[in-house]
Design a protein around this ligand. Sequence first.
Ligand code: COA
Length: 415
Amino acid sequence: MGKALDGVKILDFTHVQSGPTCTQLLAWFGADVIKVEKAGEGDVTRQQLRDIDGVDSLYFTMLNHNKRSITLDTKSAQGKEVLVALIRHCDVLVENFAPGALDRMGFSWERINEINPRMIVASVKGFGPGPYEDCKVYENVAQCAGGAASTTGFDDGPPLVTGAQIGDSGTGLHLALGIVTALFQREKTGEGQRVLAAMQDAVLNLCRVKLRDQQRLDRRGVMEEYPQFPDKEFGEAVPRAGNASGGGQPGWILKCKGWQHDPNAYIYFITQAPVWDKICKVIGEESWITDPSYATPKARLPHLKTIFSRIEEWTKTKDKFEAMDILNGYDIPCGPILSMKELAEEPSLRATGTVVEVDHPKRGKYLTVGNPIKLSKSPTDVERSPLLGEHTEEVLSQLGYSGDQIAALRESKVI
Ligand code: COA
């Protein structure tokens, strides 16, 4: 059996992070992804945050595996001709230009649909239709506009953005699902369609539980699992909940042995109701099993700070992995705070291909995150990102261009 998306051809007009995340996933599933880059420059991230002079950055390499790269000046008349040939050749065009850029290039949806009615045109934009639709957007703008920042952080501090790139990579994931769905529908209808994933919408989707909480707050004026309860007043909007669990089982981050010098010596501890008895036994508070102030989940809600502080007395006596081992023995849900260094070195993530070492002709070996989605009959081999324009001639030949025509395009700096 080949790859799941074998035979699907993607015209990849993406840059930076959101769009490339999407097309990298499609490439991992077997699609032929042809990344079109500005002649002479390429994706801006090739040069951003470089750790080795003159070599494609990790920012670029880690988002563009398994793709082919061609350079093309799509604003020149000859470049547009090549682009028309690419649109005829491919199944999907993916782009995350600033609003209107594709139209300004002369490739509106109507024009593309005329050239190839089967083509799916998929876009990431910062915002959907509305007051901000013409705005350029980067990751943290989306986190702020999508509800993540206002609900992240501690009550007495400012809004916070998170390290998880939910605006960029999160939207790329949404777009990838939209694309395969549109491809699936095309099997039945034979028609292409547009797919839009707006970054604000994707972040809000990922913050769905906070919109849930807004409505709970509107109705009841209080949320008992939030750290503001029972000592502080709630305002009109969902407050920042610190490290409180987003679900119905209260949780918090607790210090472990060594926290004074190791910034990641912490564990996430969940006081899941079905294992309350076991938690009490582990921490040596057996009386809490029957004490009416602690015996039921509802009774515990006003005492969560006391409870977590008592559990922390126990976790501070163990390192985070010891605590994990003990707690797992009792089926108590918990998780160590793992640093990037620990994740990079974790053997089980290497074994599953979630962390992969890749060899690059210019930079040598580096680590990347492999495909987090595992298909049992279509495993992912992570291949290095392409050099700028590495496949220009190969792709143009596939489109039917002769050696002389390619040389002429090169001569006139179209490729
Ligand atoms: N040949 C010639 N011109 C090309 C080209 C090519 N191969 N590829 C791109 N260009 C042109 C575009 O047509 C555009 O020209 P125009 O402004 O004259 O119409 C220009 O390059 C720049 O594109 P743009 O998307 O505006 O880049 P930017 O660097 O100014 O903005 C973003 C970057 C990310 C802010 C913007 O693209 C954006 O808002 N994208 C949508 C949201 C998004 O994905 N954000 C997250 C990024 S991780």
